[in-house]
Ligand binder design. Structure first.
Ligand SMILES: [Zn+2]
Ligand SMILES: [Zn+2]
Length: 320
């Protein structure tokens, strides 16, 4: 029996809300085609869409890998077991993305699927947003809220309330006060327009906003709407210290070469033997003559004279 369900969204807008259901079907087909197509690191794509199920805004479930196959959407970075989260959970993708809100039919459809999984004994009662494991935004604020409501509890009946849509940031201008003004002042200060972060949009803040807008070739009006906010945030983020780069990969060790080996690295070894004064053909083929020369070299360097170019022999070969 699986532990429960993980809920996902599309990330980018799915553009199914308010559209005819045929649009939902083509969306699901497109996701499936994407998952099955070759991508970097996944030469042949996946065998099927990653999700167990899909749920459209009309409340119509779509079967991906279904009840009987392991899904492939949760990632492998948990519990230290390959495919752990994939094999222990069903997954549902709701046809939503940034800026799109769930419909009541969609919410009931997801409830119905979870209920069916539990009642049929296919899974326990856990319900998790994908962000608990991996993708920070998935499956959006509303379904994250709903997952918290449903996790380990009945999904039937009342008590489930879709939270109100978050209101967008207001357009800030002179005379406004508040935390958003303070945020603006802190960010402008970081960008070289020093301000007192007092949360009061006065003449000094107005002047700084206008200077920022002028410097970055924007319309100069002293008002901070979506475009000015985006420009400020972009520059604050891009001026943030870069994340620590991953450690450099270890250089590939030189291969161990012995009789029968051939290729570029054999040639390199032969060139180094020749450089050390031995007379041999530099042909990239490790035959008896190369072996004899390696033995001579190893004896001269007081190495184990086995005729095999291993790590210790490579070190000596590279010395001047
Ligand atoms: Zn996800
Ligand atoms: Zn639909």
């Amino acid at each position: 029996m699986k532990k429960g369900f993980t809920v996902h969204w599309n990330g980018p807008p799915a553009r199914c809300v308010g559209q005819p259901h045929s649009r939902c079907e083509s969306f699901f087909r497109a996701v499936k085609a994407f998952h099955m197509s070759p991508r970097p690191g996944i030469p042949n794509g996946w065998s099927d869409i990653a999700y167990s199920f899909g749920m459209c805004p009309h409340g119509i479930p779509m079967v991906g890998r279904g009840w009987n196959k392991n899904q492939f959407a949760n990632g492998k970075d948990v519990v230290g077991v390959n495919n752990g989260p994939d094999s222990q959970w069903f997954s549902i993708i709701v046809f939503l993305g940034e800026g799109e809100r769930p419909t009541p039919a969609m919410v009931s459809g997801v409830q119905a699927l979870i209920r069916e999984g539990r009642q049929s004994g296919r899974c326990a009662a856990e319900v998790k947003p994908h962000k608990d494991w991996k993708v920070k935004s998935c499956p959006g604020d509303e379904f994250t809220f709903l997952c918290r409501q449903w996790d380990g509890r009945p999904v039937d009946g009342g008590g489930v309330v879709i939270p109100p849509a978050p209101t967008g940031p207001r357009v800030l201008r002179m005379g406004h006060n508040g935390a958003d003004v303070k945020d603006l002042q802190v960010k402008l200060t970081k960008l070289g327009f020093p301000l007192v972060a007092d949360g009061q949009f006065g003449a000094a803040t107005d002047k700084a906003v206008r200077a920022f807008q002028k410097q970055f070739g924007m319309g100069v009006d002293g008002a901070v709407g979506p475009i000015t906010w985006a420009a400020i945030n972009l520059r604050v983020w891009s001026s943030a210290p870069a994340p620590t780069p991953p450690p450099a990969p270890k250089p590939t060790p030189y291969p161990t070469l012995r009789v029968g080996a051939s290729g570029q690295m054999v040639k390199v070894a032969q060139l180094r033997l020749a450089w050390h004064g031995l007379k041999l053909a530099v042909d990239g083929k490790f035959g008896p003559s190369t072996k004899a020369n390696v033995v001579t070299f190893q004896k001269a360097k007081r190495l184990t004279a086995d005729g095999v170019v291993g790590p210790a022999t490579w070190v000596e070969l590279w010395k001047d």
